[in-house]
Ligand binder design. Structure first.
Ligand code: ZN
Length: 117
């Protein structure tokens, strides 16, 4: 086969997929039962009981600074942010990660550029 023939066949693949989906959908559709006699109206079932909502706990002080907070948290947003900033990666680590990322992207893009016809 010549490359133009392959390209033409490749462009037909989405259309073939769409036809296959249509055929499958039509095959799975339940057939209508034949109408005989009066139409049966659906019976309305009683509604299911509503879910019980757990009550929100009362406001309580933050474990670290004592600020009053609501919900199920144990520390306030400020203390959580401060703890994350203290334990997160430093600027040197972030710079190292960026340098490794740039080196890898340069290698990948350079290889692609060198190998491209
Ligand atoms: Zn706090």
């Amino acid at each position: 086969m010549t490359p133009p023939t392959l390209a033409t066949l490749g462009s037909l693949l989405p259309a073939a997929g769409a036809v296959a989906l249509l055929v499958r959908t039509l095959a799975q559709r339940p057939s209508r039962p034949a109408r005989t006699g009066p139409v049966q109206m659906p019976v309305e079932r009683p509604a299911a009981p509503a879910r019980r909502v757990r009550p929100e706990p009362a406001p309580h002080p933050c474990d670290t600074c004592g600020t009053e907070i609501t919900g199920r948290e144990t520390t306030c947003a400020g203390c959580a942010r401060a703890a994350l900033g203290a334990s997160g990666p430093g600027a040197r680590t972030t710079l190292l990660h960026w340098l490794v990322f740039l080196a890898m992207m340069t290698a990948i893009l350079g290889a692609g550029y060198a190998l491209a016809p």
